[in-house]
Design a protein around this ligand. Structure first.
Ligand SMILES: Cc1cc2nc3c(=O)[nH]c(=O)nc-3n(C[C@H](O)[C@H](O)[C@H](O)COP(=O)(O)O)c2cc1C
Length: 344
């Protein structure tokens, strides 16, 4: 356990989940100043024959290389081994993860990401190559199976036998995408099967939920994705809940300030973002699930075009008419749907 500092304390480890087009350095900075998680996982590097590490994803990892984990997705052992040795040129990077969960058909059909769960021998080959090339912390982020979790224990055993330092389990199958109830009993099984830390992922929507998942499964940590975009204070609230302290309750004016920081992050990208308002909408789609119980904010926001118009809608719901002082709930309102950006 000592190899990975985040698991050495008595509390629960926390991590921000990797999300494409969301978890860049600008966004991680927004989270960092609102009660940072122990570590972050950057969106994946898609490893293929001609891939050279670089661009926005590398920039995100180098923002805080001690605490941002790089993630690879790929299916060819030699390409992955080459990319691992290339990563070694950045000795400040300490953590590397293998994606065994991406459910996008155009990805899994190439037998990478979630598709690799259908080929345990391939997983073994890739992970062993990564382990032998990489002296840093190695982790795996996996789902419970491809179309069923009946074979989870066997799959998990294959993964663990390759020597990762810890494993994150998104408690759904690839075919479930991001819907349906996560099967946390797989996480409890994983905890019993090995002595490396297990991180639970999938619908950890509040500090209270994190508390019950940790108590029921014995996992060492929790990873939050969509709900950390909605509520960037979630990691602080988790720590406070585990310490027996009443968790911080942000106000809608705090959410409005968070949105300004998201905008600043979008415009600070060294690679220009072509449609900054679409990018901002991705975030607002998640945030909107806790702004008002009738979904009026989401309705208006989705119809606004341009950054100025979007921010005006935010002002209306989060600052005007004495809205500023209203508490921002820890959980999303029922029946408020964050899609279309809920899924890949
Ligand atoms: C927009 C989006 C992009 C994602 N991109 C990645 C990715 O690059 N790598 C990865 O391992 N998982 C990715 N995921 C999956 C998340 O990391 C996480 O496993 C999933 O959202 C479940 O956690 P949550 O319920 O806390 O959101 C993505 C999810 C979303 C919604």
């Amino acid at each position: 356990m000592e190899r990975v500092p985040f698991f050495s304390g008595s509390g629960v480890a926390t991590a921000l989940a990797p999300m494409q087009d969301i978890t860049d350095a600008g966004f991680m900075k927004c989270i960092e100043c609102r009660g940072a998680p122990d570590f972050y996982v950057a969106e994946y590097f898609r490893i293929h024959e001609y891939y050279c590490l670089g661009g926005r994803v590398l920039e995100s990892v180098l923002w805080n290389p001690e605490r941002v984990c790089a993630q690879f997705i790929g299916g060819d052992v030699s390409h992955i081994a080459r990319a691992v040795s290339e990563l070694g040129k950045f000795p400040q990077i300490k953590m590397l993860d293998l994606n065994l969960g991406c459910p996008a058909p155009k990805v899994y059909r190439k037998n990478v990401g979630g598709g690799l769960l259908k080929s345990p021998e391939k997983i073994s080959e890739i992970l062993k190559a990564m382990r032998s090339e990489w002296g840093g912390i190695l982790s795996v982020k996996m789902r419970t199976g491809f179309d069923s979790d009946a074979g989870f224990e066997k799959l998990f055993d294959t993964v663990v036998s390759c020597g990762p330092d810890f494993v994150t389990v998104h408690a759904r199958t690839v075919k479930q995408l991001y819907r349906g109830t996560p099967n946390y009993s797989c996480i409890a099984k994983a905890v019993k099967m090995c002595d490396i830390p297990i991180i639970a992922n999938g619908d950890i929507e509040s500090a209270q939920k994190a508390f019950s998942v940790v108590k029921n499964t014995g996992c060492a940590g929790v990873m939050c994705g969509r709900h950390a975009v909605r509520n960037p204070w979630i990691f602080r609230q988790i720590r406070e809940t585990f310490a027996g302290i009443k968790p911080f309750v942000p106000k809608l004016s705090d959410v409005r300030a968070y949105i300004d920081d998201i905008c600043a992050g979008i415009f600070a990208n060294s690679v220009e973002i072509k449609f900054p308002d679409s990018r901002l909408k991705k975030f607002l789609n998640f945030i909107g699930a806790s702004v008002d119980s009738e979904g009026k904010f989401l309705y208006k926001m989705r119809r606004a075009t341009g950054i100025a118009a979007l921010l005006k809608v935010c002002d209306e719901f989060m600052l005007d008419n004495s809205n500023a002082g209203k508490p921002y709930p820890a959980e999303p309102y029922n029946d408020i749907c964050s899609r279309p950006n809920h899924e890949l």
